[in-house]
Design a protein around this ligand. Structure first.
Ligand code: SAM
Length: 207
């Protein structure tokens, strides 16, 4: 069964994460660790803006997203910017028939809150399988401590009709520590398109 394409029926200018500049926290955290051209994996790459930033810096990049629309836009963006990148339309919560131990680093920015607890172990295992030994993984998702967005509690509804799952630091730690060493985990504030978001920043290394 195909997963829901959250881009269908929304015009591009209404997509809250459509932005020109990549978030500082993502760029700085990755550039601190990855100092030479590397193979990066953008999980839930969306419209491809962050992938384009890293490709423009000389990294080889693969973007994965379950949305056909997102993948088409990401490919188009790369074409317009004359960048090389590989984009795959895949559900990261399903068994993946992809080569293992391939990437030097993976990141997901504002993706894990789209993935409900019952699917998260498969997701984390997929990420671990795709990474080389000792590779880094940075995950940033919405925190249950957020008081401004979508009401309160774990499951929250958004103005664009999606339902998200807001995590605790402990949940992320428990989920990820099965496959990764946790190097740093903390609550951070993200800028957001209209209001700031409270998020969990989790930097890991493959065991
Ligand atoms: C909030 S958007 C963030 C997009 C991008 N990371 C960014 O910051 O611009 C979340 C993205 O995750 C994708 N996504 C959600 N669940 C997914 C899954 N199971 N497998 C792959 N992609 C998924 C959505 O299609 C969407 O593009």
């Amino acid at each position: 069964m195909k997963s829901i394409d959250i881009y269908k029926g929304i015009s591009l200018d209404k997509i809250p994460w459509k932005r020109e500049a990549s978030p500082n926290v993502l760029i700085h955290s990755i550039e601190k660790l990855i100092t030479k051209p590397s193979h990066l994996l953008d999980l839930g790459c969306g419209l491809g803006n962050d992938a384009a930033y890293f490709a423009s810096k000389g990294h080889k990049i693969t973007g994965i997203d379950s949305s056909e629309t997102a993948i088409l836009h990401a490919k188009q963006l790369f074409k317009e910017k004359n960048l090389a990148g590989n984009f795959l339309e895949l559900d990261l919560c399903k068994l993946l028939a992809l080569p293992k131990h391939t990437y030097d680093m993976a990141y997901d920015f504002e993706v894990l809150h789209h993935i409900f607890p019952s699917n998260r172990d498969t997701y984390a295992k997929n990420v671990s399988n795709l990474l080389k030994s000792q590779a880094y993984y940075l995950s940033i998702c919405f925190s249950e401590k957020d008081e401004n967005f979508g009401g309160e509690g774990k499951f929250r509804d958004t103005p664009i009709g999606t339902k998200l799952y807001f995590s605790s630091k402990e949940e992320i730690e428990e989920l990820m520590s099965k496959y990764f060493n946790i190097l740093e985990i903390k609550e951070i504030e993200l800028k957001g398109s209209s209001i700031p978001h409270q998020a969990i920043f989790c930097l890991m290394q493959k065991v």
